[in-house]
Ligand binder design. Structure first.
Ligand code: 48H
Length: 258
């Protein structure tokens, strides 16, 4: 059969546009496609929620690809093994309590599981603002990452969401936008981002689970963003906390009836 170039273009444009139109009103919108965002997205979709995830970069996976200092291995603790099993990520035991994965396999499995569970992943799109109604975040404001990179003056588009997850990693970008736009009104001691603390893997990994919670009406923080907002230590290349944080987020939103 002869192939028509225009049919190929039409197929892409029509199906991608339909995905975005279908995601204009979702149960949960996630900013950031690192391990925490992908894990939360997967479990939320498994619970039957409509989930859209927006990732600034071309590739999803955030800081996971490079393992520790570009050695592409990730360390996980005992508590996260069940989640790794759920994603069919293979582990090898290093010593009691320490498990290793191939970071590339880890990212690929997280991503394919999330998409196959029904999550719509939009890469190359940045969250640049939030929509707020009566002191509640009700959606995200989006633009092409390329627009920001080229410093072009192009207005964004908006989607509505029952809940928003800030899974933007160390930068905690959604929380920062809220403080910049409406002042220090976060659910932290200061109302502002408390800031990430120095390296301490043991404390950081447990703090992150504790810090995975609502940070402003309608906005929840997961993964590294949770420690940046509520003030927990960083933990280096151990990733169990990120997956456990994503899983906890899905449980929280289930309880909230989102
Ligand atoms: C769209 C955005 C925006 C935006 C950022 O950094 P991540 O991997 O985040 P987590 O929390 O899932 O995982 C953290 C982990 O990778 C890590 O950094 C660890 C464990 N560090 C410990 C240490 O000591 O350093 O992923 C966040 C993703 C990235 O892909 C960003 O590109 C993306 O969010 N992102 N996407 N709109 N405004 N901001």
């Amino acid at each position: 059969m002869k192939l028509d170039d225009i049919t190929i273009s039409k197929a892409i444009i029509e199906s991608w546009s339909k995905d975005l139109v279908d995601s204009l009103e979702v149960d949960v919108a996630i900013a950031g496609g690192g391990p925490a965002g992908l894990t939360a997205a997967y479990y939320l979709a498994q619970q039957g929620m409509q989930v859209a995830l927006f990732e600034r970069k071309l590739s999803i996976g955030g800081g996971m690809w490079g393992g520790g200092m570009m050695y592409n291995k990730c360390v996980f603790q005992e508590e996260s093994l069940k989640i790794l099993e759920e994603f069919k990520i293979r582990t090898t035991k290093y010593q009691e309590g320490y498990y290793l994965t191939d970071s590339l396999e880890t990212v690929c499995n997280l991503c394919s599981s999330a998409i196959q569970a029904g999550v719509k992943v939009f890469n190359l799109i940045s969250v640049e603002d939030v929509m707020i109604r009566r002191e509640q975040v009700t959606g995200l404001v989006l633009n092409w990452s390329a627009v920001g990179l080229a410093n072009l003056h192009v207005d964004p588009l908006t989607i509505r969401a029952g809940a928003v997850i800030d899974a933007t990693g160390h930068a905690a970008e959604v929380a920062k936008i809220i403080v910049r736009k409406i002042g220090r009104k976060l659910y932290t001691d200061t109302g502002d981002l408390v800031g990430e603390q120095p390296m301490w893997a043991d404390l950081g990994e447990y703090a992150i689970i504790e810090n995975t919670k609502e940070v402003y009406p309608g906005v929840y923080v997961a993964g590294m963003a949770a420690n940046a907002v509520f003030g927990g230590p960083r933990m280096g290349p151990i990733f169990g906390g990120m997956l456990l944080s994503g899983q906890k987020m899905a449980e929280l939103l289930k309880k909230r009836g989102q």
